[in-house]
Design a protein around this ligand. Sequence first.
Ligand code: CIZ
Ligand code: SF4
Length: 322
Amino acid sequence: DAEKADYKARIKQLLIEQDAVLVAHYYTDPEIQALAEETGGCVSDSLEMARFGRDHPAKKLIVAGVKFMGETSKILSPEKTVLMPTLEATCSLDIGCPIDKFSEFCDAHPDHTVVVYANTSAAVKARADWVVTSSIALEIVEHLDAEGKKIIWGPDRHLGSYIAKETGADMLMWQGDCIVHDEFKAKALRELKIQHPNAAILVHPESPANVVALADAVGSTSQLIKAAQTMANQEFIVATDRGIFYKMQQAAPGKTLIEAPTGGNGATCKSCAHCPWMAMNGLQAIEASLSAEDKTQHEVFVDDALRDEALIPLNRMLDFAK
Ligand code: CIZ
Ligand code: SF4
């Protein structure tokens, strides 16, 4: 509508005036992803978002995603101004892994290598030996296991269990979960598959093990998009945040994408396949991040000492990914 068109036009103007670029996650709303594409920004997973921001010549990054993504961008690009539509967009994994408790857990097992998921605070990253995203977690754990390392894994217990099962690595698990993926239900998924016998089931490994067990392909957001593109099936049942449908449909035009069921037998779920924090990145909030005189609701800062420490395990991942 007219109001939205107005916001979009203003955002485009402000991005140019301020030498800023919009970096959006696959789970943000489709109109935000489209805007990032139209304005020369990027739509990607958390690893690629951080890389794109670091390598882009713009002076300012507008990170449409959740707080850990803004922090990671700031850690990799300290000379750039990093703004977020709202600093209140957090993540249940980040909330569920406070630094003091996590640090105690690590201290209790000093012979373990600490591997943390990117969905954590800068302080938790600073305590880690490795940071991983779901697109590279399996390979890094395989590498560490081959070196005979025992691993502390945090915070996502489902992703951790999946990786432990796939690699056979010795992993001590922090018990966090993602409120979006944790809601996918195996029983209802089995019933849906009966109605769509030719559909391939695509599952993000933050989902429960009994849902992962039903998958034809398991992977990170980028890997699931690739699967929809390359697998011969014409229909896919997709167990991850529904924001991904925008890029998945672009990559697999003409194929049918179906949401995996949440909540089972009509029970309600907290998030129903869309992250409430990702959903906070609306047009109005993006416009505000660029136009507000007072940036306290928007600008991301990471303490210098913390930054230096968090950069080590982050760069370890980026170097490994090369
Ligand atoms: O679930 C998330 O927040 C994901 C998939 C983040 C990422 O690594 O892109
Ligand atoms: Fe966190 Fe889950 Fe939202 Fe991703 S989808 S930001 S893991 S709560």
